[in-house]
Design a protein. Structure first.
Length: 360
């Protein structure tokens, strides 16, 4: 651990996930542009490769209050120019740790999640969201990963905090992905989905939809890459629908590039998304995309259907019909790739550099 850092990226873990991958890319950008960089995380497991000069500091405490006090002590001990925190829990700890801290760092919080289901959450989550709305006014900058998330945030924040909200998309474009496509004979088209095995991702709807797709194309295969608590329920659903030979739950992968390379079609079946990193990744490989029109990211990425097919949320019949049509329809990979480049690290990294308080 150094005595000072230009940037400390605070996130609960680097075990895997969309926000985590974004944090790693932003950390890489800062490091490559001469900024001394560190991660402050709560769990020691790291699923991503980090630049050698980026430090990883793991919290010793597990309690909420203890984590606030530990992060505050860290900021007193080490000179930090800017803290950028990711996800609500780390954001709250970062803000609370900075309250009344003389000479504290510039603080930027980032929101990667949608709160469209705010009315349906329990009292604990309601309290956390209310606390978030109150505390965020203490931040120097508030990053929202999509216009929809920004609009949602502004509705929950005070006028003074709302003015600090800026939209910075996630840097998910994969350079030169199109040159490494793995071709197959096309006799068994591969439909790919990537995401945590949780209800939000709508994989139960996708599996139901795929059972209908198989009636049209009995050779089609569905590959789902990701891990999560719903694995058992999804495995049971697959068995009940007689799809054991045609649906594969691949689990978490550190490098899912090969899955994109083999796929013929990418599907996002989410009930809600803050952005939709995997859609941009799929576009990087020139893949056609079918996605639910969930709030907030997919419609923004696909520009209302210009770069993919949008279907209603939670509708397996519409989803299956869109998949069948997409498998029969060709798209221009170069058009898809050009759109993906709009979400490249170079431009997005510069925006993070600016919000972090560094000249660009």
């Amino acid at each position: 651990m150094k005595s000072n850092y230009d940037v400390v990226l605070h996130i609960p873990s680097l075990k895997g996930g969309g926000a985590e991958r974004v944090a790693v890319e932003i950390g890489r950008y800062f490091s490559e542009h001469g900024k001394s960089t560190a991660f402050f995380i709560h769990h020691s497991q790291v699923a991503y490769d980090l630049p050698g000069d980026v430090d990883v500091i793991v919290a010793r405490n597990s309690g909420h209050v203890q984590r606030v006090l530990e992060f505050r002590a860290f900021l007193k001990e080490v000179r930090v120019h800017t803290v950028i925190s990711f996800l609500p829990y780390a954001n709250l700890i970062s803000v609370l740790a900075n309250v009344g801290l003389a000479g504290g760092p510039r603080l930027v919080v980032s929101e990667h999640l949608s709160y469209v289901d705010f009315g349906s959450v329990g009292p604990k989550e309601r309290f956390k969201l209310a606390l978030t709305g109150y505390l965020y006014k203490r931040a120097d900058g508030i990053v929202a990963v999509s216009t929809g998330v920004a609009d949602d945030l502004r509705q929950r924040l005070s006028a003074s905090a709302a003015r600090k909200v800026v939209v910075i998309h996630n840097p998910c474009y994969i350079p030169n992905a199109e040159s490494t496509r793995l071709l197959h004979d096309g006799s068994a088209p591969i439909v790919l989905a990537v995401g945590r095995l949780v209800r939000q991702k709508g994989l139960d709807v996708l599996i139901t939809a795929f059972s209908l797709v198989r009636k049209d194309n009995h050779k089609a295969q569905l590959v789902i890459v990701g891990e999560g608590p719903d694995r058992g329920a999804l495995e049971e659903q697959i068995a009940q629908l007689g799809l054991n030979g045609s649906v594969t739950l691949r689990g978490f992968s550190r490098n899912i590039a090969d899955e994109y390379k083999r796929a013929d079609l990418f599907v996002c079946s989410s009930r809600a998304e803050g952005f939709g990193n995997v859609i941009v990744e799929a576009l990087s490989f020139g893949l056609p995309v079918v996605s639910t029109a969930c709030k907030h990211g997919p419609e923004e990425i696909l520009e209302g259907g210009r770069y993919g097919t949008l279907v209603p949320v939670g509708d397996p019949i519409s989803l299956s019909a869109a998949i069948v049509t997409a498998l029969r329809t060709s798209v221009d990979p170069e058009v898809q790739i050009k759109r993906a480049k709009d979400f490249g690290l170079a431009a997005i990294g510069r925006r993070y550099m600016t919000v972090a308080g560094f000249a660009t």
